[in-house]
Design a protein around this ligand. Sequence first.
Ligand code: ASP
Length: 342
Amino acid sequence: MKEFPKILLIYTGGTIGMVQDYATGQLKAFDFGKLLEQIPELYQLDCEIETISFPNPIDSSDMNTGHWKLLVDLIGKHYNSYSGFVILHGSDTMSYTASALSFLLENLSKPIIFTGSQLPIGDLRTDAKENLITSVQIAALNLEGRPVVQEVCLYFENKLYRANRTTKMSAEQFQAFDSPNYPTLGISGVHLRIKEEYLWRSESHKKLRPHTDLDNRIGLLKLFPGIHPSWVHGLLGNPEMKALVLESYGAGNASTESWFIEELQKAVDRGLHIVNVTQCPGGSVLMGKYATSAALAEMGIIDGKDITTEAALTKLMYMLGRDVSSKSFKTIFETSLRGEMT
Ligand code: ASP
């Protein structure tokens, strides 16, 4: 008898499983059992689906590193028993969680597909059904018994993306995500087309190593013209902070005013790891291209290249959690670990 791939569907919360409370008009999470009742089509797929739900499903705005550890533990525990995993997650912070998992699951060689929806599953015009059904299909794809996808992906509105390249772009379009700096990995139309040439393949054939140590003593500073020196001083001077993502302008440019350069220099001197990423949705930092980024390059600020802010923040938490030495921190950050930068 033919054996079907086994898929574990993990429900964390989000709009996909929400119902409207008619008394207040607010959306609230509902019982996961009912989610599957809403999509009997799932049982027609050529795979076996088992489900687990967070005990208390959450709106993804409440996601934190504790939930990420829970997901890593769940996947670690069930890794050998399933061919692939689909994680239902609110779209608001999906790119953060999915990026974090891409780092935390070292040597991953099975598909983990994140999906969700803009409209609740019970809504007449819902985008949830297609997102969920196709995600399960992608997680179940295999070629001679080996999974086609072997990385953490995000599937939304007909497109499959490398998760750590994505950003939520729209709070209302069904096309909520984009991957500005890396091609889509697949498109679902009449046919489900996976672009194998863009898929990630881990070079090592080692066993999965799930990591759960994350250090969130990190910060994010988005520059804007006219930023007040005391805000920058307050943030960079925080002795608890271990690393900072600096969202600069364009190709990695920042103010050359002396107070700003001095604050950065002081922070670097005391050992703060600063990563330069661009606040543009697409394109790359090119440190030293303009005079306005030359000083940053000289003081040893890390080049974030074309990494997203979501991936930069979660990569920092992962690397700090692994106690990467100060000496090799810059080199390791500037190296692509999971296909997160070019
Ligand atoms: N607020 C919701 C969440 O992120 C939105 C969604 O699910 O799309 O949980």
